[in-house]
Design a protein around this ligand. Structure first.
Ligand code: SAM
Length: 247
């Protein structure tokens, strides 16, 4: 891995996760907080949605069911992931959908056209992106004017229990606070930036085995504190203001 660039390292690591069946396991871990977030997205039939860091595509399919055919047209969901193995599994599980497309690529260079997506969801992926500012620049480019972004992050400073994972991960991650993320989004010209915490209210069985946390009590405290949800809008602009860095 030493001679790989940061994106290649992420691809290797998440291909390993995919081959170990982690794609589907993550669905079980992230479903509750994702459903709560989708409930806040005010999705409408006909909308175009990006699932950034889609993994095995379970959330992409949830989104696709909601925006499918409707009076305003045919809604479409694009799942993007750096891991070609995650994308392969996502495609295999989505054969029944005709409004879903998966692409393998980096969030730092989104292979899509300008001003396209009405909404963006990213579940547990954003803190892996080596250059988060560059990703926000790309999101500014591909989001439609007034498009809304919903970024769910389980690993962040304001949930101290989540910090137990940092040393266990085999790739570098960003550890920021909610306030630092809000500042980052504002620096990249997004507006109506807000954040909230989404607790995971699912029960934890007493015999649950955890490798990620020091104890079951820490896992329960982590779930009570909850994930960070960042919400932001692209301004009503098709091109950024002069001086804004476009990649
Ligand atoms: C923890 S998993 C979450 C996957 C999925 N959203 C879920 O909740 O099941 C993180 C995902 O982000 C993807 N990812 C990491 N870095 C990425 C990057 N730079 N560009 C695109 N995807 C990336 C990984 O391949 C992985 O599938």
């Amino acid at each position: 891995m030493a001679d790989q660039n940061p994106d290649e390292r992420l691809q290797t690591e998440f291909n390993r996760w995919a081959n170990q069946g982690e794609g589907e396991k993550m669905a079980a871990h992230h479903l509750y907080i994702t459903e709560k977030t989708i409930g806040l997205m005010n999705l409408r039939p006909g909308e175009r949605v990006l699932d950034l860091g889609c993994g095995s595509g379970w959330a992409t399919r949830l989104l696709a069911r909601i925006v499918g055919e409707g009076p305003e047209g045919f809604g479409q969901v694009v799942g993007l992931d750096i891991s070609d193995e995650m994308v392969r599994q996502a495609r295999a599980a989505s054969k029944d959908f005709d409004n879903v497309m998966y692409v393998c690529g980096s969030a730092q260079q989104i292979p899509w056209e300008e001003n396209f997506f009405d909404k963006m969801l990213s579940v547990e992926s954003f803190y892996y992106y080596p250059d988060q500012g560059r990703v926000l620049g790309e999101l500014f480019r591909v989001m439609a004017p007034q498009g809304r972004m919903f970024i769910l992050i389980n690993l962040y400073k304001d949930n101290p229990y989540s910090l137990q994972w940092v040393d266990k991960l085999k790739v570098p991650v960003h550890v920021r606070s909610a306030a630092e993320y809000v500042e980052l989004l504002k620096q990249h010209a997004f507006e109506n930036v807000e954040w909230r915490q989404i607790p995971d209210d699912t029960p934890t069985p007493d015999d649950y085995q955890t490798k990620s946390f020091r104890s079951l009590d820490d896992l329960k405290a982590f779930k009570r504190t909850g994930a960070l949800l960042l919400i932001a809008s692209k301004p009503n602009l098709r091109v950024p203001a002069p001086g804004y860095r476009v990649y």
